[in-house]
Structure formats: C-alpha cells, structure tokens
Write a protein of this length. Structure first.
Length: 276
C-alpha cells in the first residue's frame, strides 16, 4: 500500500511538472518549482537547471548538503545487492568472459558498499583468485567494510581510498556513478600509470549531442549531476587507446530536467571499451 501511494504521488508530481511547462504557465511555474526544489525532496529524484560545469551547478545549489559523503546515504541502494537490472546482463556477459580469460583484478568505481559485487555473484562464478576493489566516498566504504565482514565469507571484496588505485587492474567497472564524480572517466584513466585494459560502464546518462551538468535533489542532498555528450565521451576514450566493443541502452532509467526540454533522455547507456 505504501509503495502504491508513493507511485501515485510521483505520477501526480510528473503531471504537475508537465502542466507547468505549458506556454503561459511556465513563467509562473518555474520560480515556484525552484522554491520546491530547494527543500528536501522525497518523491524520488528531482532535477533543476542545465549548467556548463560542476562549478556553475554548485554555485546555483540550494542550502542543502552537496555531497554524498554522509551517514544517511550508506543505506541507499542496499536492496540492489540481492538482484540485478535488465541492463546489467550485458555487464554480466562481458565480466564472465573476462574472468574466464584470467582477468581477475576488478576495480569498481563508485561501487557503494559493493552492490554490484554482491548482485552479480548469483550469476557469475567468482574465482578464488579474484580481487574486487571498490572506491567510493569514505562513509559508504566504512559501511561496506562492516557489511563485508558478515556477507563476504571468501574475502574477495576490498576497498580503496584513492580512485588512482585503479592502476594495474584488469577491468574497471562502474554502474551509475560517473554522473556524480568531480572528474570524468577519461580524466581518471589518462592519469593512471597502468590503466585497466577493459572498461565496463552501465547506467550512465549520455546525451546524443550535448554535455551539461544539472542538479539532482535526492532528499538528503542536492548533487551536481553530469550528463556527458556521447560523441565527446567516445572520442576521449579513443584518444586514450580504447576501442568501443559494445554498447547498450539502460531503459530502467530516464532523465527529465523541468523547463529544459533539450536535456531529456529517454534512457541511460552502457558501454564496453577495450584498450588496444
């Protein structure tokens, strides 16, 4: 019943936003929406604005926390350690093949407490020689270490305080995290002495033409939220020697920024890159 009430509330909010964007209503509705956005939002995720940089987005953020690094976020996504999404199946396919080839050092960028590690292990045979290393914000990794003591009996899951620890790993995997980082994936890979040969990306917002940064209200905080331009992203990876081997659509997610119709995304994206 509670779930149905929440879904009905989200549906009503969506109808209200769509109505507010109609000509004649827009001028009045936009400042009203902005005032509502400045408060903790509990109807899912809300978005506002399209900015050229994270710095511009942060300057426009309301007086709520602008970081994910806080104790209240550690419980988010905990349900995902028991299951995977439809768009995860290409990730499972490629990861299974890479593990079978002896690529046993995995770096999970923005991997929360290890939700992908736990979710995938029902579908992938993890070899005993595998090392799965997660990097995330400190409070989340602290929770992940505590969780692993009781839920990772093989001890294959580890945590890294520095994203540059991705160097010398076989595979970099990231699911739904790139949009929150204050650096881009090509920037990270470009500074590593020995970058991973294989890169698996999922649940990432990419726009067919333009890149921008919006603000995302998750209730507990308002965060800069990066949307990459797909042509630029693929070109930057190619400049680093990465070939695009596969790509797919993550239809579980979409993005609508009120009053910014050119920013709409019907789906997110997934990619497999291999360094040649």
């Amino acid at each position: 019943m509670q779930h149905e009430t929440l879904m009905a509330k989200r549906h009503l909010v969506r109808i209200a936003i769509e109505t507010a964007e109609l000509p004649g209503v827009r001028l009045v509705a936009r400042p009203l929406y902005r005032r509502l956005f400045n408060r903790p939002y509990h109807g899912g995720n809300a978005y506002y604005g399209a900015y050229d940089s994270r710095a511009q987005a942060l300057a426009a953020a309301p007086s709520l926390p602008t970081t994910y690094d806080q104790p209240s976020t550690t419980a988010m996504y905990m349900d995902r350690h028991r299951s995977i999404r439809v768009s995860d199946y290409p990730m499972v396919h490629w990861l299974s093949r890479l593990l079978a080839q002896g690529r046993h050092r995995i770096f999970d960028l923005g991997g929360h407490i290890g939700v992908t590690y736990y979710g995938f292990r029902r579908y992938v045979d993890y070899p005993d020689t595998m090392e799965w290393r997660v990097h995330d914000v400190p409070s989340v990794m602290d929770a992940g270490r505590s969780w692993a003591r009781e839920n990772d009996p093989k001890g294959l899951l580890h945590f890294a305080d520095d994203p540059d620890a991705a160097s010398d790993h076989d595979v970099l995997i990231t699911c739904g995290a790139l949009q929150y980082l204050d650096y881009t994936l090509p920037e990270l890979l470009g500074r590593l002495p020995s970058p991973p040969t294989h890169v698996l990306v999922n649940l990432t917002p990419v726009h067919p033409r333009r890149g921008y940064v919006t603000l995302q209200n998750i209730g507990k905080a308002v965060l800069p939220y990066r949307v990459m331009a797909k042509p630029e992203f693929v070109a930057q990876m190619a400049d680093l020697g990465y070939s695009l081997e596969d790509q797919w659509q993550s239809k579980e997610r979409h993005l609508r920024v009120p009053f910014e119709p050119d920013c709409t995304l019907d789906h997110y994206a997934g990619f497999y890159f291999r360094r040649v």
